[in-house]
Design a protein around this ligand. Sequence first.
Ligand SMILES: Nc1ncnc2c1ncn2[C@@H]1O[C@H](COP(=O)(O)OP(=O)(O)OP(=O)(O)O)[C@@H](O)[C@H]1O
Ligand SMILES: [Mg+2]
Length: 413
Amino acid sequence: MSPHGEMACSVDIGSSKVLAIAARKVDDEIRVVGYGAGPSRGIEKGQITDPERAAGAINYAMERLEREIGEEVKEIALTIGGAQLESAATQGFVPIYPEGRPVRGTDILQAVEHCRRVTMPAGREQVLAMPREVRLDDNRGTASPVGQSAKRVEVVTLLVTAPSSSVDAIQLIADQLGRRMVELVPTPMASALGSLSPDQMESNGVVIDLGHGTTSLAVIRHGSVAFVGAVPIGAHHVTRDLAQLLDCELPEAERLKCECGTADLPGVNPEEAVMIRQKGSNHQRALKKRVLAEIISSRLRETARHAAEKVARGGFEFNDLPTVYLTGGGALLNGADTVFGDAFGARRVKMVWPRLVGNHARHLAVPEASVAVGTARYALSAGVDELQPVRGVDSWREGLKAFQSLFRRAERN
Ligand SMILES: Nc1ncnc2c1ncn2[C@@H]1O[C@H](COP(=O)(O)OP(=O)(O)OP(=O)(O)O)[C@@H](O)[C@H]1O
Ligand SMILES: [Mg+2]
């Protein structure tokens, strides 16, 4: 390990942009040392639809990153997103022999393995198994189980699954680019990791990443991620609606959305107008801002409703999730906080983004960068010490990290 700490490189394969960053962990803080970005290709609604074009887009961002840091990157942590991500909490246990002997890390590992032994539907696979809670002899939530005596260890694990075809497509891209994929992190998890502070991690809520083609969700309960999912609607759908309904080109619709757009209907002055350029001409006409706001808020409300339904179907009560954290580029849309807050009946809505300091803060302390920063954080955190398999982990599939450990290193043994 270098004196500045180990370096990790992450690539967020988003629907609108590819963002590659290199970061180090210094005194428990993530320091970005460089980044490379470019437009995304071959990716729709968070899923790879054209691996060749996607590989080209990723390569472009990686080359820019390598030029900036003056170093070749051989290992990368990648993201997997899209509405086909699913998650479930499973329970596994192991009896301890002889009864009452001190619990070892390997016991917990075995219990996690037990959790992973669920029948997967054809064509799906596990991309992540994250132990959330360890119970010794039915005592809930034991913080430091290793070394305590018990008769039985039970572990609750969050399993995240994805279509094997999506995993294969990402692996293929890494291979084609001649890089080793060391981690594959579900986008909603990465988004939470990149945007929440340790204190926010402790408060129950939902992290919503309103992206270009997807809206991803991570439910945070008791300092851990309890559920992840995504809906295939994002901020780009707002742009498309505007272009269609107002008869203008996409770039003009995008400009209107970002510069004059709002979903806050009651806040719009009914007399206020904005200028809009008609399709195929230089002619501009005046448009009531209220019309713009109606189109935007109707799409955003639909998106928020789908997101809320997904969380409800996951078995969560909104009462238990008082805070909505909003991130992703779409979080910058005026009024998005009210719309999502209403859909979840939230007591608080907060926009969150990576709290970075230093050179790169200007470009990366923004909601669009949460996933890339979170993926780097994930890659830089060692596995849970007490759960580390004895032999080295040589594949992302075997790695194991507990969510809390990604935040609270100091509190671990
Ligand atoms: N100021 C703004 N107001 C409204 N929308 C914005 C603003 N800035 C960016 N956006 C929107 O944010 C989106 C891009 O967000 P982001 O970079 O998080 O998406 P992505 O990661 O590429 O996509 P996904 O996560 O869906 O795969 C674009 O649709 C863009 O229009
Ligand atoms: Mg994104």
